[in-house]
Design a protein around this ligand. Sequence first.
Ligand code: DHB
Ligand code: FE
Length: 289
Amino acid sequence: MARITASVYTSHVPAIGAAVDLGKTHEPYWQPLFDGFAPSRQWLKVQKPDVIILVYNDHATAFSLDFIPTFAIGTAAAFAPADEGWGPRPVPTVVGHPELASHIAQSVIQQDFDLTIVNKMDVDHGLTVPLSLMCGEPTPAQGWPCPVIPVAVNVVQYPVPSGQRCFDLGRAIRKAVESFDEDLNVQIWGTGGMSHQLQGARAGLINSDWDNRFLDLLIENPTGLARLPHIDYVREAGSEGIELVMWLIARGAMADIAGPAPRPRVHHRFYHVPASNTAVGHLILEDAP
Ligand code: DHB
Ligand code: FE
């Protein structure tokens, strides 16, 4: 049977992708950030996941404001890096896992979550920047270390899904993975955040105390955190801080949410300000073997 063994949480700032692509990771501004992910890159090499379910948001790249799925799953065999205005990032094409993705769609829709099935789409910085942070800089010929199933969440155009809905979707995804009849080591990643606001009077807002409290609660009391209303995210973490609801999908997919099981182990925790306009948060949680 397939099983979810770990969850990873990270911001996805586009400037981080530009720093990688332009060879700036060792510059004084960027080095502390990339150093914070060094243990994670090492960990990923040891873990060797077979598939990563990568929860992210599209930033009006693949989905324009013409149509906006609340939750979408990518079932394609491959996803090209999107052109976000400066040309596509020179990173590998993202290889998908159509069989597991279709199975998750089938199972999760039967569990009453109406996923949009996406058979063709490009993926933007929301998905490729977390891969760069966690996997380093493979050439397009080398490729990313394993297939990736994109799960896109609308956190751009209101109404966006509640933290509770995201958390419950994570739980449904775990159930779906555990009913896939192949021995696969699956990870689930939640991306976006942490505190940031890109426009308006509060542009540049960072709230480190709130961010760190969010990390504490995500580890220790995710069920309580799932009940936090949108207004608290926006008030405390800025308008784009709402991206953090996506982290609850990954947390909802851990073993302790499915039934009696120990809380996941914190393998790594990192927080850094600033990266562009954003506070960067990062966690790795591992289920007990
Ligand atoms: C920035 C952060 C984001 O999450 C994003 O999607 C776009 C820009 C920023 O900090 O510049
Ligand atoms: Fe974003």
